[in-house]
Design a binder for this molecule. Structure first.
Ligand SMILES: C[S@@+](CC[C@H](N)C(=O)[O-])C[C@H]1O[C@@H](n2cnc3c(N)ncnc32)[C@H](O)[C@@H]1O
Length: 244
């Protein structure tokens, strides 16, 4: 299956993977979704006749995705696994890892994931994923914000809370950190930290080639956009370099 075909597969909502010409997907092509969550994309692929495996470490996500598949009558293989440790039982035509999760891992894990993806793909397999571009690094190295929620709470809790947020940028390392301290009315405080490694087309190319991939292209998004990357997202499609 060619990267082009992602566009055909994902439909009008959400991601439409970058359009690069050539062969249409055939029913029976196999796709593995690394970090499938509730199965938003796995379902779309399955709905178009592809054999889909969805991998996720969150049991609730996998249970939800399995229930959904039964409800809508789709045949998707959902596996509750840590994909850094996963050993594929078949060869896939394509792999996806969507929602900028790749950049949240530490450097060793990023290599491990690429190694897992590589071992899952057939010789002409494709890997489509997204990362944050260097252009998305905030110019200010330290910004803060806060949010006070009453009643039914908000993003962090279903009950009232105070969230104190700080964003930190490390331009030399092309790394950003978003941290959120969520304080509940009883004084209990929980810290959430989101690290992200940002990339340029050159730096993702370098990593991919170190890990046995050729960069097929980088794109401004995974929604069919073309041209240079915008400031929010870098869509990446890699093809497997010669398989040993
Ligand atoms: C941001 S969500 C994206 C879900 C889905 N790709 C989407 O775009 O709707 C990331 C998902 O990756 C899963 N995940 C993170 N690390 C993982 C790991 N090491 N192994 C398996 N799943 C993982 C999380 O549980 C979560 O469901």
């Amino acid at each position: 299956m060619h990267a082009a075909t992602f566009t055909e597969l994902t439909g009008p909502e959400g991601i439409d993977y970058q359009t690069v010409p050539d062969p249409e997907p055939g029913p029976g092509d196999a796709v593995v979704d690394f970090g499938c969550g509730p199965g938003l994309y796995a379902e779309r692929f399955a709905d178009r006749g592809l054999a889909v495996t969805g991998l996720d470490a969150a049991e609730t996500a996998i249970e939800y995705a399995r229930d959904r598949a039964i409800e809508v009558g789709l045949d998707v293989e959902y596996r509750h696994v840590d994909y850094r440790e996963w050993s594929p039982k078949r060869e896939y035509d394509a792999a996806i890892l969507i929602n900028t999760d790749f950049g949240t891992f530490d450097p060793d894990d990023r290599r491990r994931i690429l190694e897992r993806v590589r071992s899952a793909l057939a010789e002409d397999g494709h890997f489509a994923f997204d990362v944050l571009p260097v252009a998305a690094l905030a110019e200010t190295e330290w910004t803060t914000d806060w949010e006070l929620r009453a009643g039914d709470g908000g993003f962090w809790r279903p009950d009232p809370y105070l969230a104190l947020s700080a964003s930190v940028t490390y331009p030399e390392e092309a790394v950003s950190l978003d941290q959120h301290l969520v304080v509940e009315p009883n004084g209990e405080a929980t810290m959430y930290r989101f690290w992200q490694q940002h990339y340029t087309p050159d730096s993702i190319d370098a990593l991919l080639s170190e890990c046995g991939f050729d960069l097929e292209g980088t794109f401004p998004d995974l929604q069919g956009g073309s041209g240079p990357s915008d400031e929010d997202l870098l869509g990446v499609v890699g093809t497997i370099a010669e398989k040993s």
